[in-house]
Design a protein around this ligand. Structure first.
Ligand code: SF4
Length: 295
C-alpha cells in the first residue's frame, strides 16, 4: 500500500534508492495489477492530452462557453513571439501553456483533471516547459507525471484537493506543489528536495480562497493556473539551488488542510465571497445568466 506521509515516502525511496516516480509506478503495479507497461501507456495517453490542451488555445483564440474568458493564451504566445518579455521566453511560454489548458477546459474541450479540472493547466505547463528547457524526452515527462501523482496521493490522504473543502490553496496549490516536486525530480533532485519544493509552494499559496465568478471555473481560476505554474517553476529553482523548507512537507499539508477547514463556506466554491461578490463580478454574472442567454 502507498505510504501515508511525506516522511515515509522519503524514507522508503532512500532505503530502496529509487526516486518518487519509480516508487509510484511500483505501487500502482501492485495496486492495479495492470502491469508496468500498461500503466505507463495510460499515463502517456494523459500526457498527450496535456500536450494538446496546453497548446490548442495558443494557436487560436478559444472562448469559454460563457464568454467570460478566452484569447489570453493566444495573447501570451504572441507576446512571447515578440521577444520583449520581462520574465523571459521560458516563463511566458509556460504561462501561455497553463492558461491554454484552462481555456480549453472552459470551452468544454479535452483536458486532464490534474488533480482537478480547475487546476488542469498547472502540471502540464510545468512538466512540458521544464522538459523543453532541459532537453528531456517524453519518457522523462511521464516520470514527472508519476512524481506528481505520488505527491498528490500523500496530499489526498492527509488533506483535500477540492476547492469546496479547502479553498483554492487545496486545488491550485496542490497542482503547483505536485508540479514543482515533479520538476525537481526531472532536474535530478532527491525525493527530499521534491517534498521541500511541494512544501514551499504550499506555504506561499496558503490561505488562497475559492471564489469563482458566477460559480464558473473561469475567473479567477484561469489566471491562478498561470500563478501556480510560475510558483512551481520558480520553487524548483529555489530548491535546486540548495534552499530547504524549514517546515516539513507533512506539517505544511496539515496546516493547509486546517486553514482550508477554517475558511468560511462563502470562500469555498460557493461564489458567495471574495472576487465573486465584487460589483463587476455580480454584473458579469447577471449578463451570463440573463434571460436572453437562457434556453
Ligand atoms: S478558485 Fe475555486 S473553482 Fe477556481 S480554480 Fe481555484 S479552487 Fe477551483
Amino acid at each position: 500500500m502507498f505510504v501515508s506521509t511525506g516522511i515515509e515516502l522519503i524514507n522508503t525511496c532512500e532505503k530502496e534508492n529509487i526516486p518518487i516516480w519509480e516508487y509510484t509506478i511500483r505501487e500502482e503495479v501492485e495496486r492495479s495489477e495492470l502491469g508496468r507497461e500498461n500503466i505507463i501507456e495510460k499515463v502517456r495517453k494523459n500526457l498527450h492530452v496535456m500536450l494538446s490542451s496546453s497548446s490548442l488555445a495558443q494557436e487560436k483564440e478559444i472562448k469559454s462557453v460563457s464568454g467570460l474568458i478566452g484569447g489570453d493564451a493566444y495573447r501570451l504566445r504572441k507576446y512571447a513571439d515578440n521577444g520583449t518579455t520581462l520574465t523571459g521566453d521560458f516563463m511566458v511560454r509556460a504561462m501561455a501553456r497553463a492558461i491554454s489548458s484552462s481555456e480549453v477546459n472552459a470551452a468544454m474541450g479535452r483536458i486532464v483533471a490534474s488533480p482537478t479540472a480547475g487546476s488542469c493547466g498547472i502540471i502540464p505547463a510545468v512538466i512540458i516547459s521544464a522538459a523543453e528547457r532541459l532537453g528531456k524526452s517524453e519518457e522523462t515527462m511521464i516520470k514527472g507525471l508519476f512524481t506528481a501523482s505520488g505527491i498528490g496521493i500523500i496530499i489526498a490522504k492527509n488533506a483535500t484537493m477540492a476547492g469546496a473543502e479547502g479553498g483554492c490553496q487545496a486545488e491550485c496549490g496542490s497542482a503547483a506543489a505536485m508540479g514543482s516536486a515533479a520538476v525537481v525530480e526531472m532536474m535530478g533532485g532527491t525525493p527530499e528536495q521534491a517534498l521541500d519544493a511541494a512544501a514551499i509552494v504550499f506555504k506561499n499559496i496558503m490561505g488562497l480562497v475559492c471564489d469563482p465568478v458566477a460559480g464558473l471555473v473561469e475567473v479567477p481560476c484561469a489566471k491562478r493556473n498561470i500563478a501556480g505554474a510560475v510558483s512551481a517553476l520558480t520553487t524548483a529553482d529555489i530548491v535546486m539551488a540548495g534552499v530547504k523548507s524549514k517546515i516539513p512537507f507533512d506539517e505544511v499539508v496539515w496546516a493547509m488542510y486546517k486553514v482550508g477547514r477554517q475558511l468560511p463556506p462563502e470562500l469555498r466554491e460557493t461564489a458567495q465571497g471574495g472576487i465573486a461578490i465584487t460589483p463587476t463580478a455580480q454584473k458579469l454574472k447577471e449578463q451570463i445568466f440573463s434571460e436572453k442567454n437562457t434556453l
